[in-house]
Design a protein around this ligand. Sequence first.
Ligand code: SF4
Ligand code: SF4
Length: 352
Amino acid sequence: MNYVGYENICRALFYKKIAITKFGSKNIFNKDVLKINWMLTYRCNYNCSYCYGHDNDTGFFHRKQDILKATEKILDLNRSQFEFGLNGGEPTIAPGYLELLKLIATSTKSCSVVTITNLSRKESFFEKIAEMPNASSLRFHCSYHFEDGDFSRFLNNVKILADAGCYVKIIILAHPLFYYAVKSFTKAAESLSAQIKADCQRCDVVLLPIKEKDCNGFYTLLDQRYTNEYRSWLDEKTGFTKNIDGSEKKFLLMEVSDNNTKSIKSELVYLNQSILEKYSFYKFKGMKCMAGYNSIAIDPKGDLSPAVCFRGKKKFGNIFDSEPEFFPDGLICPYEYCTCSADYVLPKYKIS
Ligand code: SF4
Ligand code: SF4
């Protein structure tokens, strides 16, 4: 499928000529993988003006021993594979973060872990991670923020992690008021990524424009403060194909059925939010979704839900005082849109 193909599928979906019958990561269908999306805290050591993901007024930290006990509880579950996603706020400032990472990295279970971080801790902090056994299995999605970020420390930390064999994705938040700094940082990050790749280590760079809410409450509109020159530069750097970095593979399986002929066609699609939103490949209401079987989401209080989409809407227990509740047969999707990249990958099936 090429992008012309995406347009056609989008139109056919709109006119109900076809329907999505299956969607999700091709690696998860019919597997007992458990994805754990864990917001360790709402607290953050930065205060970005465009942030909607942190809260230093009410955010708090859990005790280290409680975090580790909860992790052991998860790892004791009878699953063949665990995929942890640690985020916040800023997860690296949460007490017990390093011990948690080590527990996962050295588990005898099949585990992977990605941390979503602003990479602001001191170099000595990341050196401790680099010294962990299995450090090369760790992944970091590191966002650079221009209001509070420290240019040199960030790039040094990238290098420490990449030299230890960790996968590092540098995500540059293109602040609308920092055009020249964004350009210069992007150049430096791209050059570092090229050096790291030349040393056979893994590092990609993604430039992300700042978005505003649309009338449906989703962040799909470009921030109005961008100048025309800045917009053109962003267009040039982040056109759909260019915004797909080296680490991304077409691993979302989309199966569609023709409503007249009933013929089935399958395609592989990039996990790229802009593409999925642009072509409306994110509407699964009424389909069976394996949220609650292939995923759990844990909020900063420890409250559990089947997937990120349910967070704050309904409580399904708390990781610190109850066992996670599972839905072996999945759930029926109640929502108009599936809007979180952690949720896109969950298997979804049309029920007849
Ligand atoms: S670093 Fe991330 S979580 Fe922290 S304030 Fe900035 S956008 Fe929010
Ligand atoms: S919104 Fe939630 S229930 Fe619906 S498809 Fe996405 S993850 Fe599944």
